[in-house]
Write a protein that binds this ligand. Structure first.
Ligand SMILES: CC(C)(COP(=O)(O)OP(=O)(O)OC[C@H]1O[C@@H](n2cnc3c(N)ncnc32)[C@H](O)[C@@H]1OP(=O)(O)O)[C@@H](O)C(=O)NCCC(=O)NCCS
Length: 172
């Protein structure tokens, strides 16, 4: 189930972020601010609980979306799936949920930045209808370009791939 994160998820989000990215991590303080912000949803995919009494299960993945009132283009700020859960559709589901969240916030398009070398993420985005619109040389450091992808959001269709599609995307 993909749901909106709450402050109770803060520890799990930080743990997932630290395990996923070596650089440009979203800080605990930034996550905490996003969790309180109506137009900056953080969506999480829960792990399976062994039983109802145990500790909270680690998160399988999260995606964060930034939107602003009066601005029709949202930004997919970061997405990750825990290493053990990759390759089973979680990323695709989180991306679709991010697109839905952007639509529900009134956005007609969503953009993101990704490292040009991040093949897995780029395939995920292009399969969902995101198209490259710009390349920033050295965006993630010398010789590490970042590519801006954009997806136009079909207003009438929820939970489907996009019909067509700054500061750092958080982590490229
Ligand atoms: C990018 C990421 C979120 C994908 O999540 P995932 O759950 O593994 O992706 P899915 O299983 O939903 O795969 C969806 C599609 O993405 C692409 N994809 C995913 N992993 C891939 C890989 N290792 N190599 C190539 N393509 C890949 C494929 O097109 C795949 O579709 P297919 O299974 O029909 O071929 C995941 O690899 C990840 O967390 N990476 C580290 C964090 C990161 O780089 N985030 C992006 C920052 S911009």
């Amino acid at each position: 189930m993909i749901r909106r994160a709450t402050p109770d998820d803060l520890d799990a989000l930080v743990a997932l972020e630290d395990a996923s990215f070596e650089m440009y991590r979203i800080t605990r303080a930034r996550f905490a601010r996003m969790l309180l912000h109506e137009t900056r949803p953080v969506l999480v995919l829960d792990g399976v609980m062994m039983d109802g009494t145990g500790p909270r299960a680690p998160l399988v993945g999260y995606v964060s979306v930034l939107a602003r009132r009066g601005v029709t283009e949202a930004r997919l700020f970061s997405i990750t799936v825990s290493a053990a859960a990759r390759g089973r559709g979680a990323g695709r589901a989180l991306l679709a949920a991010a697109d839905d969240a952007a639509r529900s916030l009134g956005c007609t398009s969503i953009r993101l930045e990704v490292a040009a070398s991040n093949d897995a993420a780029i395939r995920l985005y292009t399969a969902a209808g995101y198209v490259p619109v710009h390349t920033w040389p050295d965006y993630y450091g010398p010789g590490q370009p970042g590519v801006v992808y954009r997806c136009r959001l079909n207003r009438d269709t929820v939970t489907a791939p996009c019909s067509t599609p700054t500061t750092r995307s958080s982590n490229g």
